[in-house]
Ligand binder design. Structure first.
Ligand SMILES: Nc1ncnc2c1ncn2[C@@H]1O[C@H](COP(=O)(O)OP(=O)(O)O)[C@@H](O)[C@H]1O
Ligand SMILES: [Mg+2]
Length: 452
């Protein structure tokens, strides 16, 4: 839940607001408590003063009966409000108010104003008034004050809960607003790829941390776009720069051959030269293709079509190629469905697989091409009856420049790029390609699939 900054900010905000409010409430409670207790203390104190005044200056000479009478004269009318004890200097109780029913008001040593609990009466606030050797203890019930304070606490708790909820909601809303620019930066960043490098983050007019960040990212994208464009231009120009001199070399070699003034050994050397040039030309084409795929500048010319007519046009070429090497070729196709693919590139894949199968096949071997179209998509398998591959190499052969020696595969002119090109082409189609050994007959089966 707290994985998003927005939620965390909202949480912190809510906690800060609620704690502040709680502090205010605690201070308020203290104030209220002291105020109310002081009110009770004043009442008690004036009652005690009144009693003292009524006892008169001759108090020391009075008997218990008289003291009792004098105090009752002044206090009886307030018996609902005050509980009274009077002590003599020896701390003997000389007077109990009626409402105490003979129970003494508890004493707290060293305190003159304190809270206490009288059995049968409940919580009270007590005032001890000591003058001229007489000790008047007046207590008044604090139940009302306590009730008011607990009401206060209840209200505070309810308000705190409300505050927590409201501030969480407000905090969440605020953080969403504050993080809005970050979200739109993230969305743009997700959209920016090699195919739309010119897109930029939205930058707010105000100058703040987030707009600075967006500006920085935009500058970074400017630099990236420049270098990307350089790479694109390089791949386009490298093709021209490499291939033009190469075709000139080929042209001159061919001219020499035509002139027919060469020794047989020279002529043979020229043939080898021409063959190697053809080979080099092929490798340059393959490398350029791969670098274009890497730079994501290769665009497919996708068309939705049933693969059957496409295959039918490919098969004659394939069987000619195979038969030319003295190999047998079989073809089967089942099902019908519309598949989106680029015929030119899939033809390239098929040619690569076929030429590999030819190179792997023993003399008079059989090469089979099986194609099946159904609701899921299109699946093509090319099988040969060579020696197959060690299981560890089945995945590796799709990496660049990987060639597996000692498997009876005739890789005299192989570059090790054919299968990586096939994989790139299938990636561009959203498809897959893999290889497996044919058991138990031996041979390799390379399968590619394109989803419908
Ligand atoms: N049908 C096959 N049977 C056995 N090995 C194969 C087969 N196809 C490919 N390979 C192995 O995979 C390697 C890579 O193939 P590939 O990328 O087409 O490069 P190349 O054909 O130029 O060598 C080959 O060198 C070969 O060792
Ligand atoms: Mg190959």
């Amino acid at each position: 839940m707290f994985h998003s900054i927005g939620m965390r900010l909202a949480g912190w905000y809510a906690i800060a607001a609620t704690v502040t409010l709680a502090c205010l409430f605690v201070v308020g409670y203290q104030l209220l408590y002291t105020r109310m207790m002081r009110g009770l203390d004043l009442l008690n104190h004036s009652e005690a003063q009144q009693i003292r005044a009524h006892l008169g200056p001759d108090f020391a000479q009075l008997g218990l009966e008289e003291i009792d009478q004098r105090i009752r004269e002044t206090t009886e009318f307030a018996s609902a409000l005050f509980y009274i004890n009077v002590h003599n200097p020896a701390n003997d109780i000389m007077f109990y108010s009626h409402n105490l029913n003979g129970v003494a008001i508890p004493d707290v040593k060293g305190e003159h104003r304190f809270n206490a609990e009288i059995p049968g009466v409940g919580p009270v606030r007590v005032d001890e008034y000591v003058r001229d050797g007489i000790d008047i203890v007046v207590a008044t019930p604090s139940t009302q004050v306590n009730a008011a304070l607990s009401d206060y606490i209840e209200i505070c708790v309810a308000l705190l809960v409300a505050m927590l909820i409201v501030s969480t909601a407000v905090g969440y809303g605020l953080s969403r607003v504050a993080l809005g620019p970050v979200r739109s930066i993230a969305e743009t960043a997700r959209r920016i790829g090699s195919d739309n490098l010119s897109e930029r983050m939205p930058v707010a007019d105000v100058r703040d941390e987030i707009s600075d960040l967006a500006r920085l990212l935009n500058e970074m994208f400017d630099r990236l776009e420049v270098s990307f464009n350089q790479i694109r231009r390089f791949t386009a120009e490298a093709s021209h720069e490499l291939k033009t001199p190469l075709s000139l070399v080929r042209l001159h070699a061919e001219k020499l051959l035509v002139e027919d003034k060469l020794l047989p050994s020279q002529e043979e050397a020229l043939h080898i030269l021409l063959e190697e040039i053809g080979h080099l030309d092929g490798i340059i084409d393959q490398l350029l293709f791969l670098s274009r795929v890497d730079a994501k500048v290769t665009r497919l010319d996708l068309a939705t079509q049933d693969p059957e007519p496409f295959l039918r046009s490919f098969i004659p070429d394939a069987s000619v190629l195979a038969e030319h090497r003295g190999l047998r070729f079989e073809f089967s196709h089942t099902g019908a469905n519309e598949i989106r693919f680029d015929a030119k590139w899939i033809r390239q894949v098929l040619l690569n697989l076929l030429s590999n199968a030819i190179k792997a096949s023993p003399a008079r071997g059989l090469i089979r091409l099986e194609s099946r179209v159904d609701d899921d998509g299109w699946r093509v398998a090319v099988e040969d009856h060579g020696r197959g591959l060690p299981p560890t190499e089945l995945e590796r052969i799709f990496e660049r420049f990987v060639r597996v020696p000692g498997t009876g595969y005739d890789d005299g002119k192989g570059s090790g790029l054919g299968l990586s090109i096939c994989r790139s082409i299938l990636d561009l189609h959203g498809g897959r390609i893999r290889a497996e050994n044919i058991v138990p007959d031996g041979g390799l089966r390379v399968i590619f699939e394109i989803p419908a």
